[in-house]
Design a protein around this ligand. Sequence first.
Ligand code: CTP
Ligand code: CA
Length: 228
Amino acid sequence: ERGQALPRDLVGHRVVVSAGGTREALDPVRYLGNRSSGRQGYALARVAAQRGARVTLVAAHTADLGDPAAVDVVRVGSARELRDAMHATTADADAIVMAAAVADFRPTALAEHKIKKDGSEPPALPLALNPDILVELVAARRPGQVVVGFAAETGDASGDPLHHGRAKLARKGCDLLVVNAVGDGRAFEVPDNAGWLLGADGTEEELKPGSKALLASRVWDAVATRLG
Ligand code: CTP
Ligand code: CA
């Protein structure tokens, strides 16, 4: 879409986007993390600002990305920090997009000192379940607020990516769910950035393969429709 004028349909709206992958500390030098680059969340924030929204970007760990122009950036590390930042910034937001890759689990305890390998038995790594931030934001949603989730799904024996996406939309209770179909190397080989945009109102829009900026535009189109 570079060079094309974007609609200014988000003027007067405040939006909060989360991006990147959380890191769950294990000891002073180690963490559990994931491979999220943050690029999709940054594209969502950038495009929203270009369309006139006031944008807060809550960024967990990302690749080395430049801050999008005219966006407030809040940096977080762990899932629990991300949760606190989301609750602190979304009370008066018109739309919330959870593009961050939130670690499902964290080490139960943060070791005060670096864990040493003494002896032959590796230590067990007890894990605790992290809060489901998206579910919490849906529960705290104020009237008119639009909440968007993301899901990367492969197919498996119990269904294809779209089947899993529909179930996740129902479970999360958000207004929109972006389902990225990710190939599992066998039956469901599809590009990473194609999928579906599912609405709680039953709408299902196929997302053709395209750039992260283009996907961001499709998401904001759907949000703008719901903001009225
Ligand atoms: N999410 C969240 N808090 C979590 C986990 C996920 O807010 N603790 C959000 C993600 O940011 C994303 C959506 O929920 O917008 C779906 O994430 P996903 O990992 O696909 O869902 P899970 O419920 O964790 O299910 P799964 O077992 O498939 O990982
Ligand atoms: Ca998960």
